[in-house]
Design a protein around this ligand. Structure first.
Ligand code: ADP
Length: 261
């Protein structure tokens, strides 16, 4: 079968994007979109950098809400700040409660359209928030990006074995499709009581959590982000928590990732 001509077109289109980072998770609800959005905010806090965030989580696009853009409707990218652009299927739905019930080929067509037809322009970073798991969408993203350099994937997990199990599958997927793994982030990693300041493990890392998994598989653990009600609140309100809690352990994780980029 002849390769899809879109692959070459996307290669040309994205040749002006210096770094491309995919954000993956084995499960839903582990904080993948929260991470993608805040990595974009953290990278864009350097006003000399141009950053874009692309949400291809077609069945559950939560980026518009987290970025404070819910209810906006556009067919191309939307700017949060001068140097931070966002594109999401959520902008194409008539209401945030609308459901996208599409089969694989239609989803793949939408991903192709996002990558090929949105005018990304000159960018330092393109962060792609993907759906949970390893589905059709992941295969099509990897295929559509095959004629351009991708820095790699950041994988988000909680400390719980149910999440780590799926992350191991995600890692095997990356290895199979030759997608480099930048590292793993453990989210919801402990809860610091705002009153007594003691740390509790809500999701007990029975098998050693992401730390152990990364050591076993020889992958970098990029950081641990605690469960923090301020993170949940600012996401719901569509504000970056990096402004709200600049000295939080979570903010430090983003800073260290940005500094190593
Ligand atoms: P995913 O993209 O993996 O489905 P989300 O990023 O949408 O997950 O996060 C799921 C929910 O958990 C959201 O309501 C979000 O605000 C919340 N959340 C994510 N990370 C944290 C955290 N570290 N502390 C508190 N709440 C969090």
């Amino acid at each position: 079968k002849a390769p899809d001509p879109a692959i070459a077109e996307i290669g040309v289109k994205l040749s002006t994007v210096a770094h491309k980072i995919l954000v993956l998770s084995g499960k839903g609800g582990v904080g993948k979109s929260t991470f993608s959005a805040h990595l974009a905010h953290a990278l864009a806090s350097d006003s000399t950098k141009e950053v874009a965030l692309l949400d291809v989580d077609i069945c559950g696009p939560s980026i518009p809400r987290i970025m404070g853009l819910e209810g906006e409707q556009v067919s191309c990218g939307l700017y949060v700040d001068d140097n931070l652009a966002v594109m999401s299927i959520g902008f194409l739905l008539s209401s945030p409660d609308d459901a996208v019930i599409w089969r694989g080929p239609k989803k793949n067509g939408m991903i192709k359209q996002f990558l090929r037809d949105v005018d990304w322009g000159e960018l330092d970073y393109l962060i792609v928030d993907t759906p949970p798991g390893t589905s059709d969408e992941h295969l099509s993203i990897v295929q559509y990006l095959s004629s351009t350099h991708v820095d790699g994937a950041v994988i988000i997990t909680t400390p719980q074995e149910v999440s780590l199990q799926d992350v191991r599958k995600e890692i095997r997927f990356c290895q199979k499709v030759k997608l480099p793994i930048i590292g793993v982030v453990e989210n919801m990693s402990g809860f610091v009581c705002p009153k007594c300041k003691n740390t509790s493990q809500i999701f007990p890392p029975t098998s050693g959590g992401a730390e152990r998994m990364c050591a076993d598989l020889n992958l970098p653990l990029l950081g641990k982000i605690p469960l923090d009600p301020r993170i949940a609140r600012s996401c719901d309100e569509g504000r970056s928590f990096l402004n709200v809690v600049p000295d939080s352990p979570a903010a430090k994780v983003y800073q260290s990732i940005v500094q190593s980029e």
